[in-house]
Design a protein around this ligand. Structure first.
Ligand SMILES: Nc1ncnc2c1ncn2[C@@H]1O[C@H](COP(=O)(O)OP(=O)(O)O)[C@@H](O)[C@H]1O
Ligand SMILES: [Mg+2]
Length: 284
């Protein structure tokens, strides 16, 4: 390799026209985007937009009703979250699966504990696990003096960061984060955004779910906007401004809530509701 070679984008995951229905409920339809190595794909949308459904499909928790996922250019179907994880797709859910009273290092290695010795002499390699946890957290810029403290004593933001560092250490190529900043204040959100950028800089493809364009825009390379299960666009950063992103989000949400409100008042058959629904469609 020479330094004059242009940077090539390596696409890890490609989403083609994915749809999902739960019985009669169409939760998602016609969603397409890509996740590139060393980039952040943001998925934006209000409550009920289909964000969680979308990532559950990427994470192997749901199978899509329509469309296709390509991993390294090959079609894949994941039979379970474990199967997706084995292919390097790690998901950090908002309600982190941590054991609050367990030390940070135990949570870091939960389910993948290191051991030393063999046969009857096999035991947990506590010292090594502590050392690695401390180093990995430091590499992500998290300075915990004591990895022995219960993870429950960490702030929500710090816990998100430990989960991110863990996914990086265990070799994730794609890191999916479901609203990691939703429950956090401004300062802690900033901290989490910084770790998202760190994971990206280490070459991971990050899928960052949020309903906040101000969180998405600074770290995002691509923005997929969802509204009531449909895509209102999938933009590269060079193709959209923060202002446009915000108004697209707000426009969809406002029209939607107005339509819902009137539907309750006037009934779904009212001409005004029909008109607004048509306008909703047009806005997309
Ligand atoms: N397991 C399910 N069964 C039936 N409907 C569901 C299920 N999960 C989600 N939905 C519906 O699908 C739509 C999208 O939900 P969701 O993906 O959770 O949105 P978001 O995460 O953006 O808030 C909503 O209308 C929701 O009620
Ligand atoms: Mg959700």
């Amino acid at each position: 390799m020479t330094s004059t070679e242009p940077k090539t984008r390596i696409t890890i995951l490609e989403v083609n026209n994915i749809g999902k229905s739960y019985g009669a409920v169409n939760a998602l339809a016609g969603i397409s985007t890509v996740v590139n190595a060393g980039q952040v794909t943001c998925v934006l949308g209000d409550n009920g937009a289909g964000k969680s459904t979308f990532i559950k499909i990427l994470a192997g928790a749901h199978t899509p009703s329509e469309g296709q996922l390509l991993l390294d250019g090959e079609p894949v179907t994941f039979s379970s979250p474990r199967a997706a994880l084995d292919r390097g797709i790690a998901t950090v859910y908002q309600d982190l699966a941590v054991v609050p009273l367990m030390p940070v290092w135990r949570n870091f290695f939960l389910g993948s504990e290191l051991t030393r010795g063999s046969g009857p002499f096999r035991r947990l390699d506590v010292k090594e696990m502590k050392r690695i946890t401390l180093t990995e957290l430091l590499n992500m810029g998290i300075d915990l003096r004591d990895v022995d403290q219960p993870i429950g004593t960490l702030s929500g933001g710090e816990r998100q960061c430990v989960a991110i560092a863990r996914a990086v250490y265990f070799g994730a190529r794609v890191l999916i984060l479901d609203e990691p900043t939703a429950a956090l204040g401004v300062k802690q959100s900033g901290v989490v955004l910084r770790y998202i950028a760190r994971a990206r800089d280490r070459g991971l493809g990050v899928v960052f779910i949020t309903h906040n364009p101000h969180h998405a825009f600074p770290v995002g390379d691509r923005f997929l906007l969802l509204n009531r299960g449909e895509s209102i666009g999938d933009f590269e950063k060079s193709k959209i401004t923060l202002g446009e992103l915000t108004s697209l989000m707000a426009g969809g949400a406002e029209l939607d809530s107005l339509t819902h409100e009137l539907e309750r008042e006037l009934g779904a058959d009212s001409p005004l509701v029909k008109e607004l629904e048509a306008e909703n469609q047009q806005a997309e």
